[in-house]
Design a protein around this ligand. Structure first.
Ligand code: NDP
Length: 496
């Protein structure tokens, strides 16, 4: 059967990988459905693209930031027009249910409007000089060519968090999407070109992790790397960047806890638990993967949660009524299955799910049952390691101190949720939970683009997307203007 071919997007034009190599992108709900054949690039493609992006930087950095922002504003409007088609493309290539892929495109729209506003707000700081007739200020300047490496679970939203602030700040960009989701990133970048981003300013190189990623990281003219993905790959990338003294922003895994106190609104917590655990088939960095239950409500919550999870309709996310789509690929299914085996071997109790779905409508896709384990304790691997699938653990506690200790007892620190009606306990949780994000009476998922997004411990290396992203995509330059017409020596001429 014939299927479309997609090249890299370099200098405003699609072109195949220099080697001619390609890979297939298939629908995880139905592997017979081939989305297309995409360029499998390597270092030669990267080298050519860096040259082009470097050349484009020479003029893009001189475009006034409010003008760069106007292009993003136009891109936002185009994304609004294209939202439905892009959402459908995304569900087809990575499986999320259509309501969620509409949300993914919407996040890119929100990010574009938000960042477009920043074009008139690239504030620096002015400050008095310690010397007379001297003016002191600090300004933000772009870095140059920035390399970006993205995961598959938010294939339009995450690239938008990286590309838009980098562009408004005057950088040029080369992005490598995950091999499972090249189409959504091509859709996004084509929209940027249609909105008026000049050729060479944003480029997409598709292909396999290290084949594209490593030459991008190691190229001396790539001035910074922004990565979102697993902590394992993030660690490799950080070590490689360190060798080249290259700034790197890392957004990585999570093992996010929802705490349900004894006074919580249980129905609200149940709604949040279902959405947080099984939204995006559990394949979110912010997915709820541990639910910490106060002993006094644990049984009631567990019974209701399991009953509701069993009713969730699993299937092709494009169909009406489906609540849980497929996992993105076979390897993710294997990970979910292997963690179920680990949990059972550790003594956890399987309360529902636990298996791949293979029959009938599931025969041609990668589907896994919504899965809940009870009787989990904080030191089990199922309570500590990221599964990235529809698998959630229930852990009981007796006091808020114990709950916070369990929530914090992991290597990750991305998102947390705390359900209570007690304001004192809520503020204690806000203060003490070790995470980049804490929700009170809302699930662990649901970040908004104009707040800082990122995590502590092994989730990140201190940078933030959303609010804070311009701190990564610009560097400070201190500027002194001496209008005294004489040599003034700081710390010497003005010393007492
Ligand atoms: P991976 O770490 O496997 O891949 C992320 C990206 O890195 C992909 O584009 C991948 O390419 C590329 N890559 C893989 N190996 C290398 C390498 N050696 N050098 C350079 N690049 C490489 O993550 P997933 O795509 O599987 O995404 C899931 C992970 O992302 C989860 O751990 C999740 O928690 C995390 N994540 C974190 C978020 C956050 O903001 N904190 C948000 C979303 C996800 P390829 O696809 O070709 O393998």
């Amino acid at each position: 059967m014939s299927h479309p071919k997609f090249g890299n997007l370099i200098n405003g034009k699609e072109q195949p990988a220099k080697s001619g190599a390609t890979f297939f992108n298939i629908n995880p709900a139905d592997h017979r459905d081939i989305i297309g054949e995409f360029a499998a690039s390597n270092g030669d493609d990267v080298n050519q693209t860096v040259e082009i992006a470097k050349k484009a930087f020479a003029s893009w950095r001189l475009v006034p930031a409010p003008k760069r922002a106007e292009i993003l504003f136009r891109a936002a409007n185009l994304l609004v027009e294209r939202k439905e088609q892009f959402a459908r493309d995304m569900t087809r290539e990575m499986g999320k249910v259509i309501a969620e892929t509409r949300g993914d495109v919407q996040e890119a729209i929100d990010e574009a409007f938000y960042v477009a506003g920043e074009g008139r707000r690239l504030f620096g700081v002015t400050t008095p000089s310690e010397l007379p007739n001297k003016f002191a200020m600090s300004i933000r300047v772009p870095l140059g060519v920035v390399g970006m490496i993205a995961p598959w679970n938010f294939p339009m939203a995450i690239p938008s968090w990286k590309l838009f602030p980098a562009l408004v700040a005057g950088n040029t960009c080369i992005i490598k999407p995950a091999q499972d989701t090249p189409l959504s990133t091509l859709n996004l970048v084509r929209t940027l070109m249609d909105a008026g981003v000049p050729p060479g300013v944003v480029n997409v190189i598709t292909g396999f992790g290290s084949k594209v990623g490593t030459p991008l990281i190691e190229h001396p003219d790539v001035r910074a790397i922004s990565f979102t993905g697993s902590s394992e790959v993030g660690s490799i990338i950080a070590q490689n960047c360190a060798k080249h003294f290259k700034p790197v922003s890392l957004e990585m895994g999570g093992k996010n806890a929802m705490v349900v106190m004894d006074d919580a609104n249980l129905d609200l917590a149940l709604d949040g638990a279902l959405w947080g655990s099984f939204g995006t088939t559990g394949q979110r960095c912010t997915a709820t993967s541990r639910i910490l239950l106060h002993k006094s409500i644990a049984k009631e919550f567990t019974d209701k949660f399991v009953a509701r999870a069993k009713k969730l309709k699993v299937g092709n996310g494009i169909e009406v009524g489906i609540k849980v789509g497929p996992q993105v690929n076979e390897s993710q299914i294997e990970t979910s299955a292997s963690y179920c085996a680990i949990a059972l071997a550790e003594g956890a109790k399987l309360l529902c799910g636990g298996h791949q779905l293979k029959d009938g409508p599931y025969a041609h896709g990668t589907f896994f049952e919504p899965t809940i384990f009870g009787g989990v304790t904080k030191n089990m691997r199922i309570a500590k390691e990221e599964v990235f699938g529809p698998v959630v653990s229930l852990i009981e506690f007796s006091t808020i101190e114990e709950a916070i200790d369990i929530a914090n007892s992991i290597d990750y620190g991305l998102s947390t949720a705390f359900y209570t009606k007690n304001v004192n306990q809520a503020f204690t949780a806000i203060r003490d939970l070790e995470a980049g994000i804490t929700y009170i009476n809302a699930p662990t998922i649901g970040a908004e683009v104009h707040l800082p997004f990122g995590g502590v411990k092994q989730t990140g290396n201190g940078h933030r997307e959303g609010l804070g992203s311009l701190d990564f995509y610009t560097q400070w330059k201190a500027v002194y203007v001496d209008y005294s017409d004489k040599l003034q020596r700081a710390q010497i001429d003005n010393a007492e």
